[in-house]
Design a protein around this ligand. Structure first.
Ligand code: FES
Length: 110
């Protein structure tokens, strides 16, 4: 059998993150920014802009995107892709809500 399952980690409550805000989670390799939109959707991206590694967690959240605080690139929260004429992509992570809990996955396990 070749079953691949996703490991979910409970990282906190929805209200731990302000609307249009973020909270950083760190693992051994990187910092991950978990964003909450004005309509309570949650997204998780590596806290690193594809331009010059700016801290996306400190950016402004709007229209399903975050604007990097360093040079104003706009990054999609859903895909991590730079918008407009800019090119690059930030790594995204699966994140979901179970009631008020937020669960994050760092990847898959075999
Ligand atoms: S580092 Fe993000 S726009 Fe330059």
């Amino acid at each position: 059998m070749n079953a691949i399952s996703q490991t979910w980690i409970r990282i906190g409550k929805l209200d731990d993150i302000p609307r249009r805000g973020s909270r950083c989670i760190r693992n051994a390799k990187m910092s991950i920014a978990v964003f909450r939109t004005v309509d309570d959707r949650v997204f998780a991206l590596e806290d690193k802009c594809p331009h010059r590694n700016g801290p996306l967690s400190q950016g402004i959240i709007h229209d399903g995107c975050v604007t990097c605080p360093l040079h104003n690139w706009v990054i999609s929260l859903e895909t991590g892709l730079a918008q407009g004429a800019d090119e690059g992509q930030t790594r995204t992570f699966p994140v979901k809500r179970e009631g008020d809990d937020i669960l994050l996955s760092f990847g898959t396990q075999k």
